[in-house]
Ligand binder design. Structure first.
Ligand SMILES: [Zn+2]
Length: 55
């Protein structure tokens, strides 16, 4: 079973590939992928469990 290259957790049935420019290796788990996505593309339609206070 593949492990996330970021957190070393099992990626499960849905491994994610990092986008170009992230300088990360595949696969990523959904959690790390979402986290990175938010880092690189803030404000997009990503579901996160926190409020944005600097809008
Ligand atoms: Zn991960």
């Amino acid at each position: 079973m593949a492990k996330c290259t970021e957190c070393n957790q099992d990626v499960g049935e849905t491994p994610y590939n990092p986008m170009e420019g992230w300088n990360m290796k595949a696969p990523l788990c959904g959690k790390c992928y979402s986290s990175k996505l938010e880092d690189h593309y803030p404000g997009k339609h990503i579901r996160v469990n926190r409020l944005t206070e600097n809008d």
